[in-house]
Write a protein that binds this ligand. Structure first.
Ligand code: ATP
Length: 260
């Protein structure tokens, strides 16, 4: 099954992810405040096409604030956001969805009274398909990534397990054919085995060509799977690097991996 988003070509050996191609997402000096409380103090980051990038940070670091600002749910007090080279800082949230900047629902966000199929169909509401064939192709692609979701197609959302709800939430956002998929702590509250499954699926989604920006506290899983990561502390980026390098960084190990 061909994914609706064409896979990006594999990188040449020695090529540095996120540094050589034009960014899909570029955030420059982003400032966000809640009233007088400044939550983000000018953060900058990039995500190149095809990358899986993680934003890692402890509670209150500003991860969710970053995601909401990228989705257009919070206004910027300074800085700018470029998507495919276009300044979208003042573009409304629903228009960003139309451009392919899609955030999976926070905290799973499954509609409990709707069937799984109806939940999936809500995903393409703001990015409708031109043809039925396109819809069918995308649905098949989503089902190939989430066989469990296919099995539960007719089941009501509220009766699913936590892990299944998370899968439906991600599956629903894929129905909008994201160019950039934003995931805010998809592992939250799930059992370790389910967490591993979810991270494997995220890696598969990425391997099949969808660019992913992931916010996480689960450093081990996130860094293992990521091309690059940014460490966020009290609203500032304090470190950035390749996922596998940060996994062995002494400061990261002691702060986020409980080692050291
Ligand atoms: P968590 O993992 O706990 O959700 P986070 O990294 O996502 O943490 P944010 O939720 O983005 O962090 O919060 C960043 C800062 O902004 C924190 O100091 C938080 O207290 C503050 N904050 C978040 N939401 C609000 C709000 N609605 N009003 C005021 N301050 C807020």
């Amino acid at each position: 099954m061909t994914p609706p988003t064409p896979p990006t070509p594999p990188q040449a050996e020695g090529e540095q992810p996120g540094t050589d191609s034009e960014p899909l997402l570029q955030v420059d000096d982003m400032v966000v405040s809640y009233g007088r409380i400044q939550a983000l103090h000018g953060i900058s980051l990039t995500v190149a096409p095809g990358e899986l990038v993680t934003l890692l940070g402890a509670n209150g670091a500003g991860k969710t604030t970053t995601m909401r600002a990228l989705s257009g749910l919070l206004p910027l007090g300074g800085g700018r956001i470029l998507f495919e080279g276009r300044d979208i800082t003042r573009v409304k949230a629903h228009e960003r969805v139309g451009l392919g900047l899609i955030q999976a629902p926070e905290g799973r966000g499954v509609f409990p009274g709707m069937t799984v199929q109806e939940n999936l169909d809500m995903g393409c509401y703001s990015r409708p398909f031109k043809t039925k064939a396109e819809y069918n192709e995308t649905l098949e692609w989503v089902f190939s990534l989430f066989p469990r979701v296919k099995e539960r197609q007719k089941q009501v959302g509220g009766t699913l397990s936590g892990g299944e709800q998370q899968m439906v939430a991600i599956a629903r956002s894929l129905m909008a054919r994201p160019k950039l998929l934003l995931l805010d702590e998809p592992s939250m509250g799930l059992a370790p085995m389910v967490i591993r499954q979810i991270f494997q699926i995220i890696a598969d989604i990425n391997a099949q060509g969808t660019t992913v920006l992931l916010v996480e506290q689960n450093a081990q899983q996130a860094l293992t799977r990521s091309d690059r990561a940014y460490i966020l502390e009290t609203g500032e980026v304090t470190k950035t690097g390749f996922g596998r390098d940060l996994l062995h960084d002494p400061a990261v190990k002691s702060a986020y991996l409980g080692v050291g």
